[in-house]
Unconditional design. Structure first.
Length: 534
Protein backbone atom coordinates (compact mmCIF):
# COMPACT_ATOMS: atom_id res chain seq x y z
CA UNK A 1 0.00 0.00 0.00
CA UNK A 2 1.35 3.39 -0.99
CA UNK A 3 0.97 6.23 1.50
CA UNK A 4 -0.87 9.33 0.32
CA UNK A 5 1.25 12.34 -0.35
CA UNK A 6 1.12 14.85 2.52
CA UNK A 7 -0.89 18.00 1.93
CA UNK A 8 0.80 21.38 1.67
CA UNK A 9 4.02 19.70 0.59
CA UNK A 10 6.75 22.25 0.03
CA UNK A 11 8.52 21.63 -3.23
CA UNK A 12 11.78 23.16 -4.40
CA UNK A 13 14.18 22.75 -7.20
CA UNK A 14 17.05 20.41 -6.54
CA UNK A 15 20.11 22.40 -5.55
CA UNK A 16 23.36 21.71 -7.38
CA UNK A 17 25.99 19.80 -5.45
CA UNK A 18 28.38 22.13 -3.62
CA UNK A 19 31.71 22.66 -5.27
CA UNK A 20 34.75 21.26 -3.48
CA UNK A 21 36.36 23.78 -1.15
CA UNK A 22 39.89 24.05 0.13
CA UNK A 23 39.01 25.78 3.38
CA UNK A 24 39.69 24.14 6.69
CA UNK A 25 36.28 25.14 8.00
CA UNK A 26 34.60 22.92 5.42
CA UNK A 27 35.09 20.15 7.98
CA UNK A 28 32.35 19.48 10.56
CA UNK A 29 31.98 22.11 13.26
CA UNK A 30 33.81 20.09 15.92
CA UNK A 31 36.85 19.79 13.68
CA UNK A 32 37.51 23.47 13.09
CA UNK A 33 40.96 23.15 14.54
CA UNK A 34 44.16 25.03 13.79
CA UNK A 35 47.18 22.90 14.67
CA UNK A 36 49.78 24.19 17.11
CA UNK A 37 47.55 26.64 18.95
CA UNK A 38 46.95 24.78 22.22
CA UNK A 39 47.66 25.94 25.77
CA UNK A 40 51.36 25.83 26.65
CA UNK A 41 53.12 26.52 29.95
CA UNK A 42 54.73 29.88 30.54
CA UNK A 43 58.48 29.59 31.17
CA UNK A 44 60.59 32.51 32.35
CA UNK A 45 64.01 33.19 33.83
CA UNK A 46 63.88 32.87 37.60
CA UNK A 47 66.28 33.93 40.32
CA UNK A 48 69.54 32.34 41.32
CA UNK A 49 67.75 30.63 44.20
CA UNK A 50 64.18 29.54 44.97
CA UNK A 51 61.85 32.41 45.77
CA UNK A 52 58.08 32.66 46.23
CA UNK A 53 56.92 29.89 43.86
CA UNK A 54 54.51 27.23 45.11
CA UNK A 55 56.89 24.37 44.32
CA UNK A 56 60.67 24.13 44.06
CA UNK A 57 62.06 21.27 41.96
CA UNK A 58 65.60 20.61 43.20
CA UNK A 59 68.20 17.92 42.58
CA UNK A 60 69.68 15.39 44.94
CA UNK A 61 72.31 12.75 44.28
CA UNK A 62 72.93 9.16 45.30
CA UNK A 63 72.83 8.43 49.04
CA UNK A 64 70.90 11.63 49.66
CA UNK A 65 73.65 14.09 48.75
CA UNK A 66 72.07 17.50 48.32
CA UNK A 67 72.73 19.73 45.33
CA UNK A 68 73.91 23.29 46.02
CA UNK A 69 70.40 24.74 45.89
CA UNK A 70 68.99 21.85 47.90
CA UNK A 71 71.61 22.56 50.60
CA UNK A 72 70.48 26.20 50.73
CA UNK A 73 66.86 25.08 51.01
CA UNK A 74 67.77 22.64 53.77
CA UNK A 75 69.55 25.35 55.72
CA UNK A 76 66.70 27.82 55.25
CA UNK A 77 64.15 25.21 56.39
CA UNK A 78 66.26 24.14 59.39
CA UNK A 79 67.08 20.65 58.13
CA UNK A 80 63.66 19.83 56.73
CA UNK A 81 65.01 18.19 53.56
CA UNK A 82 67.81 16.16 55.13
CA UNK A 83 65.38 14.90 57.78
CA UNK A 84 62.93 13.72 55.10
CA UNK A 85 65.69 12.01 53.13
CA UNK A 86 66.98 10.21 56.22
CA UNK A 87 63.70 8.28 56.25
CA UNK A 88 63.85 7.44 52.54
CA UNK A 89 65.20 4.19 51.10
CA UNK A 90 68.12 4.78 48.72
CA UNK A 91 67.53 8.54 48.44
CA UNK A 92 68.88 10.21 45.29
CA UNK A 93 68.53 7.20 42.99
CA UNK A 94 67.93 8.21 39.37
CA UNK A 95 64.29 9.27 38.82
CA UNK A 96 63.39 8.80 42.48
CA UNK A 97 61.19 11.66 43.70
CA UNK A 98 60.67 12.76 47.29
CA UNK A 99 58.04 15.46 47.87
CA UNK A 100 58.47 17.37 51.12
CA UNK A 101 55.77 19.68 52.46
CA UNK A 102 57.20 22.89 53.90
CA UNK A 103 55.37 23.94 57.10
CA UNK A 104 57.42 27.12 57.40
CA UNK A 105 55.95 30.50 56.45
CA UNK A 106 58.82 31.27 54.09
CA UNK A 107 59.85 29.43 50.93
CA UNK A 108 57.83 27.20 48.60
CA UNK A 109 54.94 25.14 49.94
CA UNK A 110 56.44 21.92 48.58
CA UNK A 111 59.98 20.84 47.76
CA UNK A 112 60.15 18.22 45.00
CA UNK A 113 63.51 16.49 45.34
CA UNK A 114 64.50 14.56 42.22
CA UNK A 115 67.25 11.95 42.18
CA UNK A 116 70.00 12.17 39.57
CA UNK A 117 71.98 9.15 40.75
CA UNK A 118 75.76 9.29 41.02
CA UNK A 119 76.89 12.89 40.56
CA UNK A 120 79.80 12.04 38.28
CA UNK A 121 77.48 10.09 35.95
CA UNK A 122 74.99 12.88 35.27
CA UNK A 123 74.51 13.48 31.53
CA UNK A 124 71.80 14.83 29.23
CA UNK A 125 69.93 11.54 29.09
CA UNK A 126 69.78 11.20 32.88
CA UNK A 127 68.80 14.85 33.16
CA UNK A 128 65.81 14.34 30.87
CA UNK A 129 64.67 11.23 32.77
CA UNK A 130 64.90 13.10 36.07
CA UNK A 131 63.01 16.07 34.60
CA UNK A 132 60.15 13.85 33.48
CA UNK A 133 60.00 12.20 36.90
CA UNK A 134 59.92 15.56 38.66
CA UNK A 135 57.22 16.91 36.37
CA UNK A 136 55.02 13.90 37.04
CA UNK A 137 55.12 14.82 40.74
CA UNK A 138 54.46 18.49 39.97
CA UNK A 139 51.31 17.62 38.00
CA UNK A 140 49.87 15.71 40.95
CA UNK A 141 50.24 18.75 43.18
CA UNK A 142 48.56 21.09 40.65
CA UNK A 143 50.45 24.23 41.63
CA UNK A 144 50.31 27.56 39.80
CA UNK A 145 54.01 28.45 39.96
CA UNK A 146 57.07 26.23 39.93
CA UNK A 147 60.74 26.98 40.53
CA UNK A 148 62.86 24.55 38.48
CA UNK A 149 66.59 24.00 38.86
CA UNK A 150 67.55 20.59 37.48
CA UNK A 151 69.19 22.07 34.35
CA UNK A 152 71.94 23.57 36.51
CA UNK A 153 73.19 20.12 37.48
CA UNK A 154 74.85 19.27 34.15
CA UNK A 155 78.54 18.89 35.09
CA UNK A 156 80.06 20.66 32.07
CA UNK A 157 79.44 24.39 31.93
CA UNK A 158 79.68 24.41 28.13
CA UNK A 159 76.62 22.15 28.09
CA UNK A 160 74.51 24.43 30.30
CA UNK A 161 72.68 26.03 27.37
CA UNK A 162 72.08 22.64 25.77
CA UNK A 163 70.78 21.27 29.09
CA UNK A 164 68.47 24.25 29.49
CA UNK A 165 67.07 23.77 25.97
CA UNK A 166 66.48 20.10 26.75
CA UNK A 167 64.71 20.77 30.04
CA UNK A 168 62.54 23.57 28.64
CA UNK A 169 61.53 21.45 25.66
CA UNK A 170 60.69 18.60 28.01
CA UNK A 171 58.65 20.94 30.22
CA UNK A 172 56.60 22.13 27.25
CA UNK A 173 56.03 18.65 25.85
CA UNK A 174 55.09 17.14 29.21
CA UNK A 175 52.02 19.37 29.22
CA UNK A 176 51.03 18.53 25.64
CA UNK A 177 47.44 17.36 25.21
CA UNK A 178 45.55 16.51 22.04
CA UNK A 179 41.90 17.31 22.58
CA UNK A 180 40.90 18.57 19.13
CA UNK A 181 38.55 15.67 18.48
CA UNK A 182 37.11 15.39 21.99
CA UNK A 183 33.95 17.00 23.28
CA UNK A 184 35.92 18.91 25.91
CA UNK A 185 38.71 20.65 24.05
CA UNK A 186 40.21 22.70 26.90
CA UNK A 187 42.53 21.12 29.46
CA UNK A 188 40.97 20.61 32.89
CA UNK A 189 43.89 22.23 34.65
CA UNK A 190 45.96 24.89 32.87
CA UNK A 191 49.71 24.26 33.10
CA UNK A 192 51.65 26.13 35.79
CA UNK A 193 54.17 28.88 35.16
CA UNK A 194 57.79 27.81 35.46
CA UNK A 195 60.67 29.97 36.63
CA UNK A 196 64.03 28.43 35.71
CA UNK A 197 66.90 29.03 38.09
CA UNK A 198 69.60 31.33 36.79
CA UNK A 199 73.25 30.35 36.91
CA UNK A 200 75.03 33.20 38.70
CA UNK A 201 78.01 33.31 36.31
CA UNK A 202 76.35 31.96 33.14
CA UNK A 203 72.97 33.69 33.05
CA UNK A 204 73.19 34.28 29.29
CA UNK A 205 73.35 30.55 28.56
CA UNK A 206 70.23 29.94 30.64
CA UNK A 207 68.30 32.80 29.04
CA UNK A 208 69.27 31.70 25.52
CA UNK A 209 68.46 28.11 26.37
CA UNK A 210 64.96 29.08 27.50
CA UNK A 211 64.28 30.95 24.26
CA UNK A 212 65.55 28.10 22.09
CA UNK A 213 63.80 25.46 24.17
CA UNK A 214 60.47 27.26 23.93
CA UNK A 215 60.79 27.66 20.16
CA UNK A 216 61.61 23.97 19.76
CA UNK A 217 58.72 23.04 22.03
CA UNK A 218 56.32 25.16 19.97
CA UNK A 219 57.55 23.49 16.80
CA UNK A 220 57.06 20.04 18.30
CA UNK A 221 53.58 21.06 19.40
CA UNK A 222 52.62 21.87 15.81
CA UNK A 223 54.20 18.66 14.49
CA UNK A 224 52.41 16.51 17.07
CA UNK A 225 49.05 18.14 16.41
CA UNK A 226 49.34 17.56 12.68
CA UNK A 227 50.44 13.97 13.21
CA UNK A 228 47.66 13.21 15.65
CA UNK A 229 44.86 14.57 13.50
CA UNK A 230 42.94 11.80 11.70
CA UNK A 231 43.20 11.30 7.97
CA UNK A 232 39.69 12.57 7.30
CA UNK A 233 40.71 15.98 8.65
CA UNK A 234 44.43 16.27 7.98
CA UNK A 235 44.28 15.87 4.20
CA UNK A 236 46.74 17.32 1.68
CA UNK A 237 44.51 20.40 1.49
CA UNK A 238 44.58 20.75 5.30
CA UNK A 239 48.38 20.72 5.19
CA UNK A 240 48.24 23.39 2.49
CA UNK A 241 45.96 25.52 4.66
CA UNK A 242 48.31 25.04 7.62
CA UNK A 243 51.14 26.32 5.43
CA UNK A 244 49.05 29.37 4.56
CA UNK A 245 48.45 29.98 8.27
CA UNK A 246 52.20 29.85 8.93
CA UNK A 247 52.89 32.14 5.99
CA UNK A 248 50.39 34.68 7.29
CA UNK A 249 51.66 34.50 10.87
CA UNK A 250 55.35 34.85 10.02
CA UNK A 251 55.15 36.78 6.75
CA UNK A 252 56.54 33.96 4.61
CA UNK A 253 56.24 33.33 0.91
CA UNK A 254 54.07 30.32 0.13
CA UNK A 255 53.53 28.47 -3.15
CA UNK A 256 51.01 25.65 -3.45
CA UNK A 257 50.82 23.52 -6.58
CA UNK A 258 47.58 21.68 -7.28
CA UNK A 259 47.35 18.57 -9.45
CA UNK A 260 46.93 20.60 -12.64
CA UNK A 261 50.10 22.61 -12.03
CA UNK A 262 52.01 19.48 -11.10
CA UNK A 263 50.81 17.73 -14.25
CA UNK A 264 51.92 20.67 -16.36
CA UNK A 265 55.37 20.51 -14.80
CA UNK A 266 55.60 16.75 -15.26
CA UNK A 267 55.47 15.59 -11.63
CA UNK A 268 54.00 12.27 -12.68
CA UNK A 269 55.69 10.25 -9.97
CA UNK A 270 54.06 12.28 -7.19
CA UNK A 271 50.72 12.36 -9.01
CA UNK A 272 50.75 8.58 -9.45
CA UNK A 273 50.45 8.14 -5.69
CA UNK A 274 47.37 10.32 -5.24
CA UNK A 275 45.43 9.09 -8.28
CA UNK A 276 43.16 6.74 -6.37
CA UNK A 277 42.10 9.27 -3.74
CA UNK A 278 39.25 11.78 -3.69
CA UNK A 279 41.57 14.05 -1.68
CA UNK A 280 43.83 15.61 -4.32
CA UNK A 281 47.60 15.89 -3.79
CA UNK A 282 49.46 19.14 -3.15
CA UNK A 283 53.05 20.32 -3.41
CA UNK A 284 53.60 22.98 -0.75
CA UNK A 285 56.62 25.30 -0.55
CA UNK A 286 57.34 27.90 2.16
CA UNK A 287 60.28 30.31 1.96
CA UNK A 288 61.88 31.92 5.01
CA UNK A 289 64.36 34.74 4.37
CA UNK A 290 66.47 35.26 7.48
CA UNK A 291 69.61 36.43 5.67
CA UNK A 292 69.78 40.03 4.53
CA UNK A 293 71.24 38.90 1.24
CA UNK A 294 68.65 37.22 -0.94
CA UNK A 295 71.50 35.72 -2.97
CA UNK A 296 72.36 33.31 -0.18
CA UNK A 297 71.21 29.84 -1.29
CA UNK A 298 68.70 28.35 1.15
CA UNK A 299 68.86 25.15 3.13
CA UNK A 300 65.96 22.95 2.02
CA UNK A 301 63.85 20.70 4.23
CA UNK A 302 61.53 18.31 2.39
CA UNK A 303 58.82 16.35 4.19
CA UNK A 304 56.87 13.29 3.19
CA UNK A 305 53.18 14.10 3.62
CA UNK A 306 51.22 10.91 2.99
CA UNK A 307 48.17 11.92 5.02
CA UNK A 308 46.91 8.34 5.02
CA UNK A 309 48.59 5.27 3.58
CA UNK A 310 46.52 2.19 2.80
CA UNK A 311 49.34 0.86 0.66
CA UNK A 312 47.22 1.42 -2.46
CA UNK A 313 46.70 -1.67 -4.63
CA UNK A 314 49.52 -3.31 -2.63
CA UNK A 315 47.16 -3.11 0.34
CA UNK A 316 48.54 -3.17 3.87
CA UNK A 317 47.24 -5.61 6.50
CA UNK A 318 44.30 -4.22 8.45
CA UNK A 319 45.93 -4.53 11.88
CA UNK A 320 47.09 -1.13 13.19
CA UNK A 321 46.32 0.51 9.84
CA UNK A 322 44.89 3.45 11.79
CA UNK A 323 48.50 4.39 12.57
CA UNK A 324 49.03 5.14 8.91
CA UNK A 325 47.67 8.62 9.62
CA UNK A 326 51.17 9.17 10.99
CA UNK A 327 52.69 8.66 7.54
CA UNK A 328 52.76 12.43 7.13
CA UNK A 329 54.96 13.00 10.19
CA UNK A 330 57.89 13.93 7.94
CA UNK A 331 55.82 16.81 6.60
CA UNK A 332 54.66 17.68 10.12
CA UNK A 333 58.23 17.78 11.39
CA UNK A 334 59.58 20.12 8.71
CA UNK A 335 56.63 22.48 9.27
CA UNK A 336 57.30 22.30 13.01
CA UNK A 337 60.98 23.05 12.43
CA UNK A 338 60.02 26.03 10.29
CA UNK A 339 57.88 27.34 13.14
CA UNK A 340 60.84 27.06 15.52
CA UNK A 341 63.10 28.89 13.06
CA UNK A 342 60.53 31.66 12.67
CA UNK A 343 60.11 32.02 16.43
CA UNK A 344 63.88 32.39 16.82
CA UNK A 345 64.24 34.64 13.75
CA UNK A 346 67.37 32.74 12.77
CA UNK A 347 69.68 34.49 10.29
CA UNK A 348 69.46 31.77 7.64
CA UNK A 349 67.55 31.24 4.43
CA UNK A 350 65.30 28.21 4.52
CA UNK A 351 62.82 26.61 2.14
CA UNK A 352 60.41 23.96 3.39
CA UNK A 353 58.74 21.73 0.81
CA UNK A 354 55.94 19.29 1.60
CA UNK A 355 54.85 16.61 -0.86
CA UNK A 356 51.32 15.75 0.24
CA UNK A 357 49.09 12.95 -1.05
CA UNK A 358 46.75 10.22 0.13
CA UNK A 359 47.53 6.67 -1.01
CA UNK A 360 44.27 4.83 -1.68
CA UNK A 361 43.16 1.81 -3.78
CA UNK A 362 40.70 2.58 -6.57
CA UNK A 363 39.93 1.73 -10.18
CA UNK A 364 42.27 4.46 -11.36
CA UNK A 365 45.02 3.86 -8.77
CA UNK A 366 48.56 2.94 -9.78
CA UNK A 367 49.15 -0.79 -10.24
CA UNK A 368 52.24 -2.91 -9.67
CA UNK A 369 54.13 -2.89 -12.95
CA UNK A 370 53.07 0.63 -13.97
CA UNK A 371 55.81 2.91 -15.24
CA UNK A 372 55.85 6.66 -14.63
CA UNK A 373 58.16 9.45 -15.72
CA UNK A 374 59.36 11.64 -12.87
CA UNK A 375 59.93 15.39 -13.01
CA UNK A 376 63.64 14.69 -13.54
CA UNK A 377 62.86 12.68 -16.68
CA UNK A 378 63.93 9.41 -15.07
CA UNK A 379 61.40 6.60 -15.46
CA UNK A 380 60.31 4.41 -12.55
CA UNK A 381 58.74 0.97 -12.54
CA UNK A 382 56.29 0.80 -9.64
CA UNK A 383 56.69 -2.75 -8.37
CA UNK A 384 54.96 -2.00 -5.07
CA UNK A 385 52.43 0.81 -4.59
CA UNK A 386 53.12 0.73 -0.86
CA UNK A 387 56.61 2.08 -1.55
CA UNK A 388 54.95 5.40 -2.30
CA UNK A 389 56.90 7.81 -0.10
CA UNK A 390 59.93 7.77 -2.37
CA UNK A 391 57.66 8.40 -5.38
CA UNK A 392 56.44 11.71 -3.99
CA UNK A 393 59.80 12.71 -2.50
CA UNK A 394 61.77 12.23 -5.71
CA UNK A 395 59.65 14.82 -7.55
CA UNK A 396 59.82 17.14 -4.53
CA UNK A 397 63.63 16.90 -4.52
CA UNK A 398 63.84 17.68 -8.24
CA UNK A 399 61.36 20.55 -7.90
CA UNK A 400 63.34 22.01 -4.98
CA UNK A 401 66.59 21.83 -6.92
CA UNK A 402 65.12 23.41 -10.05
CA UNK A 403 63.22 26.16 -8.24
CA UNK A 404 65.44 27.13 -5.30
CA UNK A 405 68.98 25.88 -6.10
CA UNK A 406 69.51 25.04 -2.39
CA UNK A 407 72.94 24.73 -0.83
CA UNK A 408 71.81 21.48 0.82
CA UNK A 409 68.74 19.26 1.15
CA UNK A 410 67.41 17.24 4.07
CA UNK A 411 64.40 15.05 3.40
CA UNK A 412 62.42 13.61 6.30
CA UNK A 413 60.12 10.64 5.89
CA UNK A 414 58.42 7.75 7.65
CA UNK A 415 59.82 5.75 4.77
CA UNK A 416 60.45 2.09 5.57
CA UNK A 417 59.43 -0.61 8.00
CA UNK A 418 62.93 -1.98 7.47
CA UNK A 419 64.34 0.98 9.39
CA UNK A 420 62.10 0.13 12.34
CA UNK A 421 63.48 -3.42 12.29
CA UNK A 422 67.04 -2.12 12.12
CA UNK A 423 66.93 0.68 14.70
CA UNK A 424 63.68 0.26 16.61
CA UNK A 425 62.09 3.29 18.26
CA UNK A 426 65.31 4.78 19.60
CA UNK A 427 67.23 6.24 16.66
CA UNK A 428 66.20 7.54 13.26
CA UNK A 429 68.06 6.31 10.21
CA UNK A 430 70.47 8.79 8.64
CA UNK A 431 71.76 8.56 5.07
CA UNK A 432 73.88 11.19 3.38
CA UNK A 433 76.17 11.83 0.44
CA UNK A 434 78.12 14.39 2.50
CA UNK A 435 80.25 13.42 5.51
CA UNK A 436 80.34 16.93 7.01
CA UNK A 437 76.58 17.22 6.88
CA UNK A 438 76.10 13.74 8.34
CA UNK A 439 78.48 14.49 11.22
CA UNK A 440 76.67 17.74 12.08
CA UNK A 441 73.28 16.04 12.07
CA UNK A 442 74.61 13.21 14.25
CA UNK A 443 76.04 15.72 16.72
CA UNK A 444 72.73 17.60 16.94
CA UNK A 445 70.99 14.28 17.49
CA UNK A 446 73.27 13.56 20.45
CA UNK A 447 72.78 17.03 21.95
CA UNK A 448 68.99 16.88 21.71
CA UNK A 449 68.60 13.15 22.48
CA UNK A 450 66.81 13.00 19.13
CA UNK A 451 69.41 10.51 18.00
CA UNK A 452 70.25 9.13 14.58
CA UNK A 453 72.42 6.32 13.23
CA UNK A 454 74.16 6.64 9.90
CA UNK A 455 73.57 3.80 7.43
CA UNK A 456 75.45 3.06 4.19
CA UNK A 457 74.80 4.05 0.58
CA UNK A 458 77.29 1.76 -1.17
CA UNK A 459 77.01 1.63 -4.95
CA UNK A 460 76.34 -2.09 -4.77
CA UNK A 461 72.97 -1.44 -3.09
CA UNK A 462 71.85 0.52 -6.16
CA UNK A 463 72.08 -2.72 -8.15
CA UNK A 464 68.96 -3.96 -6.35
CA UNK A 465 66.86 -1.22 -7.99
CA UNK A 466 67.52 -2.39 -11.55
CA UNK A 467 64.50 -2.77 -13.82
CA UNK A 468 64.09 -4.53 -17.15
CA UNK A 469 61.52 -1.97 -18.28
CA UNK A 470 62.38 1.43 -16.76
CA UNK A 471 65.42 3.36 -15.58
CA UNK A 472 64.96 1.70 -12.19
CA UNK A 473 62.31 0.21 -9.90
CA UNK A 474 60.83 1.73 -6.75
CA UNK A 475 61.82 -1.23 -4.56
CA UNK A 476 64.87 -3.43 -4.32
CA UNK A 477 63.62 -6.53 -2.54
CA UNK A 478 63.52 -7.47 1.14
CA UNK A 479 67.24 -7.16 1.80
CA UNK A 480 68.44 -3.77 3.09
CA UNK A 481 65.04 -2.18 2.46
CA UNK A 482 65.80 1.12 4.20
CA UNK A 483 69.12 1.39 2.36
CA UNK A 484 67.69 0.78 -1.12
CA UNK A 485 64.92 3.31 -0.39
CA UNK A 486 67.58 5.88 0.42
CA UNK A 487 69.54 4.87 -2.68
CA UNK A 488 66.42 5.56 -4.73
CA UNK A 489 66.26 9.12 -3.36
CA UNK A 490 69.99 9.61 -3.81
CA UNK A 491 69.52 9.21 -7.57
CA UNK A 492 67.56 12.48 -7.54
CA UNK A 493 69.79 14.44 -5.16
CA UNK A 494 72.57 14.42 -7.77
CA UNK A 495 75.58 16.42 -6.52
CA UNK A 496 73.66 18.55 -4.02
CA UNK A 497 74.76 17.91 -0.40
CA UNK A 498 71.88 15.78 0.81
CA UNK A 499 70.72 13.84 3.83
CA UNK A 500 67.74 11.56 4.32
CA UNK A 501 66.18 10.90 7.72
CA UNK A 502 64.05 7.76 7.94
CA UNK A 503 61.82 8.38 10.96
CA UNK A 504 59.50 5.40 10.54
CA UNK A 505 60.45 4.13 14.00
CA UNK A 506 60.65 7.42 15.86
CA UNK A 507 57.82 9.60 14.52
CA UNK A 508 55.11 8.16 16.75
CA UNK A 509 54.42 5.96 19.75
CA UNK A 510 52.12 2.93 19.73
CA UNK A 511 50.19 1.19 22.48
CA UNK A 512 48.76 3.11 25.44
CA UNK A 513 50.95 6.12 24.62
CA UNK A 514 49.84 6.20 20.98
CA UNK A 515 50.52 9.56 19.39
CA UNK A 516 52.99 11.61 17.38
CA UNK A 517 56.37 12.20 19.05
CA UNK A 518 57.32 15.48 17.38
CA UNK A 519 60.65 14.04 16.25
CA UNK A 520 62.92 15.05 14.56
CA UNK A 521 62.00 18.71 15.25
CA UNK A 522 64.58 18.92 18.11
CA UNK A 523 67.35 17.50 15.90
CA UNK A 524 66.57 19.74 12.91
CA UNK A 525 66.10 22.86 15.04
CA UNK A 526 69.43 22.37 16.79
CA UNK A 527 71.15 21.69 13.47
CA UNK A 528 69.84 24.94 11.98
CA UNK A 529 70.55 26.94 15.15
CA UNK A 530 74.17 25.83 15.10
CA UNK A 531 74.52 26.78 11.42
CA UNK A 532 72.92 30.18 12.07
CA UNK A 533 75.10 30.95 15.10
CA UNK A 534 78.39 29.55 13.80
Amino acid sequence: MTAAAPKNKVTSKKKPAPKPTEKINSAPEMFKFVAGTGVLPKITVGQASFASEDIAVLAIYAEGKLSTLAQKADTASKGLLSHALSKTTKPGALEQVVSVINPNKTGPSVFVLVGLGEQEQVNLSRLQKATLAGLAAVKKIQAQTVFFALHLEIPKTDLLQTATVLCVRTLVQSHYEFNACKQVSDPKNPPPSYALATHQTHATEVKTGIVQGLATGYGMHLARDLGNLPGNICTPIYLAETAKQLAKQYKLKVDILDEKKMATLGMNSLLSVGKGSSNPPRLIALSYQGKKSSKQAPIALIGKGITFDTGGISLKPGEAMDEMKFDMCGAASVLGTLKAVCELKLPINLVVVVAAAENMPAGNASKPGDIVESLSGKTIEILNTDAEGRLILCDAITYTQQTYQPESIIDVATLTGACVIALGKIRSGLFSNNDTMAAALSQSGDYTLDKVWRLPLDEEYHEQLKSNFADFANIGGRNAGSVTAACFLQKFADKTPWAHLDIAGTAWYSGDAKGASGRPVPLLSDYLIRIATA
